[in-house]
Design a protein around this ligand. Structure first.
Ligand code: SF4
Length: 188
């Protein structure tokens, strides 16, 4: 498109920056698509499912050098056909966000104050407590002699921000260790 200085000034006087570009006939779509292509260029694509609700919209997760660089709707999903609601469309910000909490507050038994601990410490502590509780409450047989191999001492409650892959492996872990009370908000 050829644009004279006069045309530019005329269009600029009639609207906002975006309105001006549109008035000049400049397509905004192409630069937007180009920017997105650059971000996902060479990335591996993994189909996934939105973690937020039971609708289960399909997503594509783009990964580059082990880092998520983009998450968008999966057009091949029979459920959502590439669409995501605003919550699902913001999933990337759930995974990649400098505001994510990276430490926990821990109050030891009998203590009167909280201590900051890192996530690795917290994970080890949870695993240790899980194992202790499981071993202390595990039954191979029910009182009437039936094989049950379970524990009723642990209840697993998942949240909506746990993604599909996490829930799959988590439910395997729970069942393998004998936990039978498993629930999650996002049921797919
Ligand atoms: S994109 Fe929205 S409607 Fe679809 S599963 Fe996620 S939260 Fe539910």
């Amino acid at each position: 498109m050829t644009l004279s200085r006069r045309d530019f000034m005329k269009a600029a006087g009639t609207g906002t920056a975006i309105g001006t570009l549109a008035a000049l006939g400049a397509g905004l779509e192409a630069p937007t698509v180009r920017a997105r292509e650059l971000r996902i260029s060479g990335a591996k694509v993994y189909p996934s499912v939105c973690p937020y609700c039971a609708v289960g919209c399909g997503q594509l997760v783009h990964v580059q050098n082990g880092q998520i660089v983009n998450i968008e709707g999966n057009p091949d999903s029979p459920v959502s056909q590439g669409n995501l609601c605003p919550k699902g469309a913001a999933t990337y910000q759930l995974a990649v966000n400098p505001n994510r909490v990276t430490e926990v507050l821990y109050r030891a038994p009998g203590s009167d104050h909280w201590e900051k601990k890192d996530l690795d410490w917290a994970m080890d502590r949870i695993a240790q407590r899980f194992k202790e509780t499981r071993d202390a409450t595990f039954f191979e047989k029910s009182p009437d002699g039936k094989t049950v191999n379970n524990t009723l001492g642990i209840f697993s409650l998942g949240g909506a921000t746990m993604d599909n892959e996490f829930n799959y492996s988590h439910s395997k872990l729970m069942r393998a260790t004998g936990v039978v009370a498993i629930e999650n908000q996002a049921r797919i």
